[in-house]
Design a protein around this ligand. Sequence first.
Ligand code: PMP
Length: 365
Amino acid sequence: VSQRAFNFSAGPAVLPVSVLQEVQDELLCLPGARTSLMEMSHREKEFIEILHDAENSLRSLMGISDDYAVLFLQGGAALQFSMIPANLLRGTDKTAAYIQTGTWGKKAIGEAKKEGKINVVYDAATSNFNHVPAAGDYQVADDAAYLYYCSNETIQGVQFQSEPECPSSVPLISDASSDFLCRPLDINKYGLLYACAQKNAGPAGVTAVIIRRDLLDRGSDQLPGYLNYKNHAENDSEWNTPPTFAIYVLGKVARWLTNDIGGLDAMEKINREKSQLLYSAIDESDGFYASHAKPDCRSTMNVTFNLPNDELLTAFIKGAAENDLVNLKGHRSVGGIRASIYNAMPREGVECLANFMKDFASKNG
Ligand code: PMP
């Protein structure tokens, strides 16, 4: 553990050390099972228990009622860009509404266009994706197939502070991949919410999809079987072999949030404090660091900022790595620095980075 650096990767990303240690302890032989989990059929009772436990942990953490199905799927978050319109738009004469506030929303729109009619009701591209809309900045028709948005744009570091306005007749759909489980939310406001695990909930390989059960019937039987949500819901995420290892780790992360952190309210408080350490370092740098996101929609998960020039940026990344602060380079489309500080990033790592930022600015400003 002492060799571990503070890892600011955007994903796959840092996991709680205690979870990694539990996995290590159980890797060769799952207690009571006489084999590793990775060597076990997904129909074994030990795995079924793990699957149910992961689902129930998420349900109690997020307050998800039985009106919703919780599915564990493959294909990453990207497959949801297609599955959502394939189930809820294809074959209807409706139009789906999309809010575009960054790269991932844009990709989702590109895929949705292949499935049916869509309407981009708000597009932040012209301001380089540095903000989210306020209520009243866009209109959604009462008969829209759904309203889709990305709650946290991982590349731009732009986060909705609460759900966008949406007519009650229209299912609200969120790509919560990079801020899943970072704060409490009222799942009853959503038709569907999904997140790939590899940022805030586990390793790559599994995507959690929480879908209101009345939407399960909308997919046509003509869809490829894997793409139909109903098949997964009716078969308890075992329509085919699910990503067993990733589900097992996701369950442990959910339990870590409940038992070690104390739930999502506590997690939100920690995340606010952690991100504030970095935003203060930006705001108090006399303009040395420039924040990408506007102040009212700054992400608590991905902190994006730039430096005065490329030489300083290179020196910052190199100096940070020498201080055990790694994977800070921003996405090529935005440039600068991106510090991803997901739930499992210890406060100590963020404090080290904030101190490094202050020191670097005072030496180079
Ligand atoms: N949505 C968001 C918000 C993301 O951050 C990512 C991954 N960076 C994706 C979708 C795509 O995820 P995947 O690679 O699992 O398809």
